[in-house]
Design a protein around this ligand. Structure first.
Ligand code: PFF
Length: 486
């Protein structure tokens, strides 16, 4: 039976999974778009009302059943094994494009050396680096540079996972503190740049009028959900490697606060440089702080190249930070699936990991083409707005009603340093399911009414089909009887 070598190893691995690309570029962007400083209110409300309760519940069932997510679900009720599969397959699906993003970061570590994106970072990113095509229907050819970087990423994941949970703990214990320190350095440098204050004002000054818009609240919940790596079987798998009756509540609070804290810090690092950039170029903050992938690969690099001292060095450490945080999230996604396959078919994890990494790499190659960026956006939209929210909803219902919210609370209070109150069951059984249903419905209405980001309808239909395909495979996996069960 695999086990963490220490509590710290478990915590580092969980924090490593939670903290990722989502914290460095997504949080700052989502925060400024949704009311700046005022967004922190819905963000923390979301953290306490859905993020932490679900994280506690996932840690608890992982520790109670000490199995992968599909088998923990099966332990609750045989009929819901497929929900666990849906989570881990969604995680694998995310890993396919997430690793391509990490590969971009790896390439940008090298591009930082000569600040090669100058003088026009947008042109460099889209034309020279990606060789973007004019529409998602034209893929173009595979980009050799990105493909090699992708091979490196998947090989690293395979090697890190090769020696099992012990090496995950060791690697995470090194990888997680390093980029945290680098991020601190970037923040200090950023806030000491001229006009950094106006960027921070833009990031933090609260626009309370926005709080009356329900979509802002839903964005906060979606952000928390993605950021804490919930509903993908990861936290269940990680908690299954803990000793029986290990602390649950305190570990969940530490993981959640570390994740939120690093996201908040990243906002300072990013927006201080954007403030500086607005000072250098005379552009307004509204023009500069356009979000999405461009924030990290275009706007921030442009800002960095204007720093008069050690600009390359800051570029390098920024992309190392993204790369390192991204990698610890990526291997957690693979681990969740290989753990499930081991439980189901009794296959050795090394073998399962090998095939998962190989398949992930091969599918990822499609995304290294000139049309890849379009598909990355489509996949990300569908998986994070529909698949994850759907799994989260089912998980709340299964754990809250079939297994029993109070039963989880009792277990958690037996083993934890911090005792949790009745609020936990209320959140799990009532509040979280209602909120998750609202997110799914409003995302669906929005998609049907306005499409998504100007993408053609047929490409969105393919995105929807991906989700349905994952659902069918998961239901099938839940029904298949494996050898040991016959
Ligand atoms: N929590 C990660 C982030 O914020 O970047 C993203 C993530 C990790 C998503 C693990 C999915 C996952 F399975």
């Amino acid at each position: 039976m695999e086990k963490w070598q220490s509590r710290v190893a478990f915590l580092m691995a969980s924090i490593g999974s939670a903290v990722g690309l989502g914290n460095i570029w997504r949080f700052p962007y989502v925060a400024y778009k949704n009311g700046g400083g005022a967004f922190l209110i819905p963000y923390f409300v979301a953290l306490f009302t859905v993020g932490i309760p679900l994280l506690i519940a996932e840690f608890a069932v992982g520790n109670i059943f000490r199995k992968s997510a599909p088998y923990a679900m099966k332990g609750v009720n045989k009929k819901v094994e497929w929900v666990g599969w849906l989570g881990v397959f969604s995680a694998f699906f995310i890993s396919i494009y997430y690793c391509v993003l990490i590969a971009w970061c790896l390439c940008y570590i090298f591009h930082s050396v000569g600040l090669v994106w100058q003088p026009d970072a947008a042109n460099f990113f889209f034309e020279k680096f990606l060789g973007i095509t004019s529409s998602p229907s034209i893929l173009g050819s595979i980009n050799a540079q990105i493909a090699f970087a992708l091979l490196f990423v998947w090989t690293s994941i395979y090697l890190i996972l090769y020696k099992g949970v012990k090496s995950i703990g060791k690697v995470a214990s090194i990888i997680v503190p390093l980029p945290t320190i680098l991020l601190l350095i970037l923040t200090i440098v950023g806030i000491s740049l001229p006009n950094a204050g106006s960027g921070l004002d833009f990031y933090l000054s609260p626009d309370f009028s926005k709080l009356s818009n329900p979509l802002i609240w839903l964005s906060a919940y979606a952000q928390i959900f993605f950021s804490l790596s919930l509903a993908q079987g990861i936290m269940i798998a990680y908690a299954s490697f803990l000793e029986k009756k290990s602390d649950i509540a305190n570990n969940a609070f530490i993981t959640a606060f570390a994740d939120g804290g690093i996201a908040f810090l990243a906002g300072f690092a990013v927006f201080s440089v954007l403030g500086f950039l607005s000072y250098q170029t005379g552009m307004s903050m509204e023009e500069i702080a356009r979000g999405g992938i461009g924030l990290v690969f275009i706007t921030y690099p442009t800002g960095i190249s204007k720093i008069p001292f050690m600009a390359s060095f800051f570029g390098i450490i920024f992309f190392i930070t993204l790369f390192a945080f991204g990698l610890t999230s990526a291997f957690s996604m693979v681990e969740a699936l290989s753990d499930g396959l081991k439980d189901k078919f009794g296959v050795a994890k090394e073998k399962a990991n090998f095939f998962i990494c190989l398949i992930g790499f091969l599918f990822g190659l499609i995304l290294t083409t000139g049309g890849g960026i379009y598909w990355i956006e489509i996949m990300d939209h569908f998986i994070s707005n529909f698949a994850l929210v759907f799994v989260g909803l089912l998980e709340c219902l299964i754990l809250g009603y079939i297994f029993g919210g109070e039963r989880i609370r009792k277990y958690v209070n037996e083993v934890s340093e911090i005792k949790i109150g009745k609020w936990f069951s209320i959140m799990l059984k009532l509040f979280a399911p209602i909120i998750l249903t609202l997110i799914a419905i409003s995302s669906l209405i929005e998609l049907l009414a306005h499409g998504y980001n100007g993408f053609p309808g047929w490409s969105l239909a393919i995105g929807g089909l991906f989700v349905i395909l994952i659902l069918i495979i998961s239901i099938f996996m839940g029904r298949v009887k494996c050898l040991q069960e016959q």
